[in-house]
Unconditional design. Sequence first.
Length: 223
Amino acid sequence: MIVAVALPLVAEYGAAVTTSQIARAAGIGEATIFRAFKDKDEVLDACVAEAVGTDHVLRELASISLDEPLPVRLTEAAEALRAHLERLGTVIGALRASGHRRGREPGAGPRRDDGGPPGGGDGPPGSGDVPSRGDNGPPRDGDGPPRDGRAESAAVLRNAVVELIEPDRAAFRLSPEKVASAFLGLLFTRLQTPLAEADAPLTPDELIDVLLHGALHHPRSTG
């Protein structure tokens, strides 16, 4: 519950969010946070883990009815994945812009917002002032999970899309696994391309139409 409440605050303030802000938003005492987490850094790391994790988006994909037409299923999947990546980019970007990096060096003690002794400031460690919000661009290497974790997450998402399109296996020229990989590749490329570099980015409907029918009016006409 604490992490769920903290996520939108972390997206807004990055590492500058205070534990007192989180406690007020959660309707709990600040001391309750420190019964669940050692310090604010552990709260931030838990927020990163939640944003990076695929559990929420997998539930969204699993809730899509297989009775819907294939284009509708893929459109709903594209929206669920877009929301997942947007939340991930916002949380990781806000933390990166405010100087937070996931995890700490072995043996390092808890970091404090104000550098003062315990009990200083307006509350427990992590309750400093809130500076202005910085850049919150998409995640880069070094942000979020390690490469092995990202590969595992990508495989899990692909498998979820495979289940979503499996009822139409007979209609595909390629295996559902390859169709799912193509869908995710097109979608992630579209979401990660800066608007300045894309005069007319594909809409979700256009992306799915290209995936299912290609870019040619008559695909076999070019020989």
